[in-house]
Design a protein around this ligand. Structure first.
Ligand code: ZN
Length: 284
């Protein structure tokens, strides 16, 4: 091995006969790796690849250092994290799919009809091995929680879009507002109790979440998404994480959060029918 060591920043190369070869190292940045190549006088070529660290580019993108994450999670290794994305597909979904593809991970999309121009993204999500669940066609609380017939009409219409795009239906769903929402009580007291029972009768599994990225409101940024999610990981045996692919900062945060999770031993998976449903408990 003519080249004894390398490091970034400030790599070096040394050879037992030629001495210091650092000046001759060719450094090439690939998409997710840096390639170092050096050849000694005898023509022996050495190539070493170094993975790009998880926070590469964060500072360039934000002007800030990667958030300090000080968590103690002794069970991190192999812990399952289900990243779930509600309210899309929309303008940022392709960017998210690109990130998922880059790291070879699959997530779950609870889809809506909010952005008809992006409806065909459901097909791409499904084709890439992600799980598709129904969220709601309209996301109109007053309409869907006015009575159970209106609710299931909305769900059936979304199911038809899922079937059209993917060629199959789905048994996964997530209620608008989650099963514990109390907004529905403004329209129909007791409707969540009824709808959760009916969901089971219809063969649906509904999923809530046990970790929130905090991106459901009007304010937020990448740092919030990264710190809120990571700080809650130690509290759960299996993590079901609520995110929205309709938030640009959430989608951008995944470029840094996903490699961080993988780097720390977490296993990112798409929800299946028998996965942890993280039910909140119905309150209406
Ligand atoms: Zn939603």
């Amino acid at each position: 091995m003519p080249w004894q060591e390398y490091k970034e920043e400030g790599f070096s190369a040394a050879d037992d006969r030629d001495g210091d070869l650092t000046d001759q190292v060719e450094r090439t940045v690939l998409e997710d790796r840096i390639c170092y190549q050096v050849t000694d006088k005898a023509g022996n070529q050495t190539v070493i690849y170094r993975d790009i660290p998880f926070d590469t580019g964060y500072k360039e993108a934000t002007g800030k250092d990667f958030p300090e994450i000080d968590i103690d999670d002794p069970n991190a290794d192999g812990k399952i994290v289900y990243l779930t994305f509600d309210d899309g597909p929309g303008p940022y979904t392709q960017e998210l799919l690109d990130t998922l593809d880059r790291y070879g991970v699959q997530v779950t999309f609870f889809v809506t009809g909010s952005f008809p121009a992006y409806e065909d993204m459901i097909k791409k999500e499904d084709a890439a091995g992600n799980s598709i669940g129904i969220h709601t066609l309209t996301h109109d609380f007053e309409r869907i929680y006015s009575d159970d017939k209106a609710f299931w009409k909305d769900i059936d219409q979304m199911q038809a879009i899922v079937q059209k795009q993917t060629g199959h239906t789905t048994n996964l769903m997530r209620f608008a507002g989650g099963s514990s929402n109390t907004i529905s009580a403004n329209y129909t007291p007791g409707i969540m109790t009824l709808l959760t029972e009916q969901a089971a009768q219809k063969g649906f599994q509904y999923f809530d979440w046990n970790i929130s990225s905090g991106d459901g409101g009007t304010e937020g940024d990448m740092e919030m998404v990264i710190t809120r999610i990571t700080s809650q990981l130690p509290n759960q045996d299996t993590c079901v994480v609520l995110c929205h692919d309709t938030k640009e900062y959430t989608v951008k945060a995944m470029k840094y959060l996903i490699p961080w999770l993988l780097d720390h031993g977490y296993s990112i998976r798409p929800l299946q029918l028998d996965s942890e449903p993280a039910h909140h408990g119905v309150q209406n």
